[in-house]
Design a protein around this ligand. Structure first.
Ligand SMILES: Cc1cc2nc3c(=O)[nH]c(=O)nc-3n(C[C@H](O)[C@H](O)[C@H](O)COP(=O)(O)O)c2cc1C
Length: 220
């Protein structure tokens, strides 16, 4: 197949400004926290649409873009999701979770109550396409789906944060009920559920420390 190209010359930032720019970005990024108490203050649909467009700019294996973002503001759909998520999570916390997992979650103060699923003005359910369905319903292979969708969700979380909006990266286990509620086809698997909105006025977050550079980076 013939390779078609287009010119590419992004803004060239002078070297002496690169570190300054990244330092400013680091300050913004490090102020992000996962929020578990949301205000019900509205967020315009256009804001959510634009954040999803940013997520859609993520790189993906073989450029397959193996993702669907389902954005939900309908209170009845949010109620259904909360009901099912709490059912699954109650079973997880009370029966299925091994003790080491419960110990790891203890400092976060999480339990099976998921009021954020109805408090937050938006829920974004991200689906990973395990394969694509061709015109005759044949399966077309995708590549590095998990990595690709993970990167796209990172873009989404950062974009929302930079616009002053909080998220919770929520992974109720199992999440299969989300496919039915969101009416997605069989090739799409729920990847993450992100409540999005403003933090509640009295919002507190766990007092966590992030690993310093020396612990997360090696320079050779
Ligand atoms: C893949 C993934 C799954 C997560 N699942 C949950 C979850 O189900 N419930 C929850 O309260 N937090 C969940 N979190 C949020 C983490 O607990 C949180 O990111 C971590 O404690 C660090 O806090 P920070 O995001 O404020 O830096 C998840 C995060 C990731 C990346």
């Amino acid at each position: 197949m013939e390779l078609r190209t287009v010119p590419y010359s992004p803004e060239r930032i002078p070297q002496d400004q690169v570190v300054e720019r990244l330092t400013q970005d680091f300050e913004v990024a490090s102020a992000r926290r996962t929020v578990r108490a949301f205000s019900s203050d509205p967020v315009p649909q256009e804001a959510i649409q634009t954040a999803i467009r940013i997520a859609g700019t993520a790189p993906s294996g073989a450029h397959r873009q193996p993702w669907t973002f389902v954005a939900i503001s309908d209170p009845e759909v949010k109620r259904q999701i909360r009901e099912k998520a709490e059912e699954e999570e109650k079973d997880f916390y009370e029966r299925r979770a091994p003790q080491d997992w419960l110990d790891a979650l203890a400092p976060l103060g999480t339990d099976f109550h998921k009021s954020h699923l109805t408090d937050a003005p938006w829920l974004i359910v991200v689906f990973r396409h395990d394969y694509e369905l061709g015109p005759n319903k044949e399966r077309i292979k995708n590549y590095y789906m998990t990595e690709s969708v993970g990167i796209a969700v990172g873009f989404l979380i950062q974009a929302l944060h930079r616009a002053g909006l909080a998220t919770l990266t929520h992974t109720p286990a199992p999440m299969t009920f989300l496919r039915e509620i969101c009416q997605r086809p069989e090739n799409e698997k729920p990847f993450v559920l992100l409540p999005v909105g403003y933090p509640a006025p009295d919002c507190h977050v766990p007092d966590l420390q992030r690993k310093p550079l020396e612990e997360i980076a090696v320079f050779l």
